[in-house]
Ligand binder design. Sequence first.
Ligand SMILES: Nc1nc2c(ncn2[C@@H]2O[C@H](COP(=O)(O)OP(=O)(O)OP(=O)(O)O)[C@@H](O)[C@H]2O)c(=O)[nH]1
Length: 392
Amino acid sequence: MLSIALAGKPNAGKSTFYTAATMAEVDVANYPFTTIDANRGVSYVRTACPCLERDGRCNADNCEDGKRYVPIELIDVAGLVPGAHEGKGLGNQFLDELTNADVIVNVIDASGGTNEKGEPVDIGEHDPLEDIDFVEEEMDLWLADIVDRNWESIERQSRSPGFDIDDALAEMLTGFGASPTDVARTLREIDYPEDPREWTDDHREALAREIRQRTKPIVVAANKIDVAPQENVEKLLELDKPVIPTTAEGELALRRAAENGLVDYDPGDESLEVGADVSDAQREALEGLADTMAEYDGTGVQGALDYAVYDLLEHLTAYPVEDAAKWSDGSGNVLPDAHLLPQGSTPVDLAYAVHSDIGDGYLHAVDAKSSREVGEGYELEEGDVIKIVSTN
Ligand SMILES: Nc1nc2c(ncn2[C@@H]2O[C@H](COP(=O)(O)OP(=O)(O)OP(=O)(O)O)[C@@H](O)[C@H]2O)c(=O)[nH]1
């Protein structure tokens, strides 16, 4: 399963974001380091279900009237503070948690109401731009430290005949989620000596920075938009980086209200409908939230996760079926499964995602929408419904 990590300084709203996105209970409080252990849970990205294209919606558990929710893993990493790579705050333990993540959502306090350590200050006092830079910097320096620590071993290996620096680096960096292709592409981007003994700290830092950008892309969740000064949000949206305005607290309130039947709201909706059974105070709070959502196209929580998977990681959703006419599995369940795959994936990749042991059993695939057979080289598109024909 794809894994998204929530990073950021203490009190930016990570736990609130996590609780909303997973509807799990964790401590939420306005003091630094509420989150002591990294939490892991299941959340979802939202996409349009192919059942919208046919008569009668599907009966999949994760489809709400054509809004399809595809599972991903969400990790709530406790607050990072500047100097974390040297062990400040809760230090490296939490950077290490990021190792397993495919993509990072950096939750920042766009209201400027918490300083760099996450301590409350007056709204607007802290510059939220600093919170973006330091998380990237901490991750880069942390990875540079890992490279440094392993360098002696690389130097030792270089004395053996047949040493290849690309292979040695690829082996060192796989633990960080870098594929051999990532390493090869990175090495093409930077200038470096073939002999590891000639590498300087600058070379190692450049390597760490490039690898980090390639393997841990970041989308910023500019959180607390409900109280953030307008100019802060505008400044953040002008950056040449992906930034999604969010209100984690708003999303949490909505999911709870929806659970209690007070509002009609599905995660990622741009608006909400207040039900009849609410008190005046509840109505006022929900209508205030509706105004914020109208300004920013929703609470942004679902949007940030969707952006991470579909835009940054460039994935698509494909739906394997056994019956190409009914778009169903063998028991008649319509569109029972959805798989996230990197763009450029083929029906063979989908076959492996469904049955990792398919081996040579793959025969061919049928595009259920057109009822036509598609070749092995066919590149899947978002929302494709595919029947795999195999010998097993
Ligand atoms: N106004 C506003 N407050 C928010 C929002 N999201 C979170 N908060 C508040 O910010 C405070 C900190 O939230 P947490 O979710 O505990 O922050 P955290 O980043 O997980 O903090 P650590 O666990 O210390 O790392 C709490 O008082 C939340 O209620 C939001 O969208 N708007």
